[in-house]
Ligand binder design. Sequence first.
Ligand code: AMP
Length: 117
Amino acid sequence: MYDENNIFAKILNSEIQCDKVYEDKDVLFFNDINPVSKIHVLGIPKVKCVNFSDFVKKTNKESVFNFFTKVEMVINLLGISENGYRIITNSGKDGGQEVPHFHIHILGGEKIGPKIR
Ligand code: AMP
């Protein structure tokens, strides 16, 4: 069940602000408020989905492809393609998910340790 009051829903509704990196009609990318690496950007689709599985089930191939194409585009925008990066999505209790709106963490700008996020 999607929580309409989660913090990313509030960012999408412009109820609270974010440090925007990229936005279009389908997606929003912004800097994490509590970065764990030099570059730590979060990417979210503008659909009400709790986690990765919910996103895949609720949308279609085109939306999933579009979202991950945008993730790749933002990685290029951040200039971290060459040196490398880590993308992560946490889901549920065991995955350590804090915010129940599907999001991808993009980590980079330095060597990322073995267990981060
Ligand atoms: P997760 O544990 O995968 O749900 O990650 C949630 C992430 O959201 C954490 O890295 C938080 O630091 C980040 N976060 C929480 N609130 C905000 C906010 N208002 N703006 C930007 N990032 C946030």
